[in-house]
Design a binder for this molecule. Structure first.
Ligand code: ING
Length: 311
């Protein structure tokens, strides 16, 4: 019997800096309600789905920075989301800024959780590939200070059994690094969920701007095909506090084909019935890792951080 999961990519339009958590949670619940009408069991929200993309600003006051973080998940402000999802028997992926007391100190992570249909957190991921920079770069039209506000994730890329399959998560820039998806592929992942906030304009490489949407789909489709997995890529989109973010939320099949996509830059669902067995023919043939990979030749991938060009 095939294992079908009906999934929604729940794209968000801009979140204003002064939009409160309850206001945002109401938008998320509205998307859950829409997903319910489509028979969805799983809804994937974007990265940092509770606030505006605050790394675009240089801040020095820690209290101001911490105002964008969640100390508890769920908290009183996000509990209504968990309650509504549980009542509708829908699970969800939620990206948010996590403030954690760990090892006797305060930690800050760019985090995503997977919540099952009973409202239980069944997996947590903390973003490993933090793009951008750590110091103020005033020449930029906007900052990208993820290296300032977040620590590198410390949970690896877990793959868990949920929704009848093997589920994995990553966040935004992670999707550009093939190692991300292969680590999950080597755990047999059948669906990768990834939220993103991606500016159209990348100040260090303005020539790439015209290809922002292409590069987004390129990496998502490659990840799906090369690991025989579904990939759900979900944007926070639109002109958010003056910064244009790409949309392009998609559901990608293990074949690499886009089977559903958003077409606006606002709050919008893209829905697909995902057969988790569709990856089997790829995992058992062209990407049969056990039969075809040659790890004895891959050492550089782990041993070297940057490229070394022999003179
Ligand atoms: N965003 C971007 C991403 O990798 C980025 C980083 C910024 C890429 C600007 C291109 C241009 O999609 C996050 N949040 O990782």
């Amino acid at each position: 019997m095939s294992r079908i999961v009906t999934v929604a990519a729940a794209q968000l339009g801009p979140i204003a800096r002064d939009e409160s958590r309850p206001q945002v949670v109401e938008r998320l619940i509205n998307l859950l309600r829409q997903a319910k009408t489509h028979g969805c069991e799983l809804v994937v929200f974007p990265e940092l789905a509770l606030t505006t993309f605050f790394p675009r600003w240089f801040m020095q006051d820690q209290a101001e920075i911490d105002s964008f973080f969640e100390r508890d998940m769920p908290s009183a402000e996000t509990q209504p989301l968990f309650d509504a999802a549980r009542e509708m028997r829908i699970g969800f992926y939620l990206g948010y800024a996590e403030l954690a007391e760990q090892d006797g100190r305060i930690r800050h992570f760019n985090t995503a959780i997977l919540v099952d249909k009973a409202g239980q957190v069944v997996s947590k991921y903390r973003k490993i590939h933090l793009p951008g920079h750590a110091e103020h770069e005033p020449q930029r039209p906007f900052q990208h200070l993820e290296k300032r506000y977040f620590e590198t994730g410390d949970l690896g890329w877990p793959v868990v059994r949920a929704f009848g399959g093997l589920m994995g998560m990553c966040i935004c820039n992670d999707r550009r690094w093939p190692e991300t998806h292969r680590v999950m592929g080597l755990q047999g992942v059948e669906m990768i969920m990834v939220g993103y906030n991606t500016p159209v304009h990348n100040p260090p490489a303005p020539d790439h701007d015209r290809l922002s949407d292409f590069h987004n789909h390129l990496v998502l489709q490659a990840a799906a095909y090369q690991n025989g997995t579904w990939v759900i890529g979900v944007a926070k989109a639109g002109k958010e506090e003056g910064c244009d973010l790409i949309g392009g939320s998609v559901i990608v099949a293990p074949s690499g084909e886009i089977v559903a996509r958003c077409s606006t830059l606002g709050d919008e669902l893209a829905v697909a019935r995902c057969d988790l067995d569709m990856g089997v023919s790829y995992k058992n043939t062209i990407f049969n890792f056990a039969a075809h990979r040659e790890p004895q030749h891959y050492g550089m991938i782990v041993e070297r951080k940057g490229a070394v060009i022999e003179s």
